[in-house]
Design a protein around this ligand. Sequence first.
Ligand code: IPD
Ligand code: CA
Ligand code: CA
Length: 249
Amino acid sequence: MNELLTFALNAADEAGQITLKYFRQDVTVELKSDDSPVTIADREAERYLRETIAKKFPNHGILGEEEGTTGDQSERWVIDPIDGTKSFICGVPLYGVLLSYERDGEPMVGVSHFPALGETVWAKKGGGASLNGKPCRVSPVGELSRATLCVGSHTSLEDTGKMDGFMKLARQTRAARTWGDAYGHCLVATGRTEAMIDPRVSYHDLSAVSLIVKEAGGRFTNFKGEEGIYHEAISCNAALFNQVVGVFA
Ligand code: IPD
Ligand code: CA
Ligand code: CA
């Protein structure tokens, strides 16, 4: 597993360097069929990761946001070359390169690298989570009045009927912020915030962060509190999980 983790950390770092070449530059923003933005930085970073993986692990499959699925999926790498493209195109540094290694659909190694922040959070199954090389854990805060809650997008909350629950929760917390995307989940995993909710996500958004949050001692579930990777996600510290999920049940 160490070889896989070392590889993933190096590859994410290299892909991050590619994104930095374009960060805060005048890049063209195209819209994909689902209306989400994409840039040359997303495409180049995924291309680099695919080529690097194919060279080192020719038998492994790949699921990548920009180029889809290739190869045998029993051992595969899941790539989100720029998570938080909307932050990236605004010059906001809260975007990340996400890379995970999965065996039979289970994340074994997960890396979330935030090149413009100089933060890398990673985990390996059964081995805990780390931030820039130091072990990290979710916060022990057990009162909503001392908690910080994050969400990626208010319109997604409204579109999915989750706005009332979110507002109920937000009114009880110390702060509610839109430090979203994978960074929001990593804030929970590193004990800086207590909960992150995202009502609309895809598999490649979540594979790496789901492992990171769980290995940091947190809970990673859908809005019903079921553990796993769905098209919605809640990351939470263990102490507040029942209260946070309870609002949406
Ligand atoms: C987005 C983020 C966000 C989620 C969106 C995704 P992208 O990813 O993961 O958390 O709510 O649905 O599109 O497009 O910036 O990689
Ligand atoms: Ca992306
Ligand atoms: Ca994403």
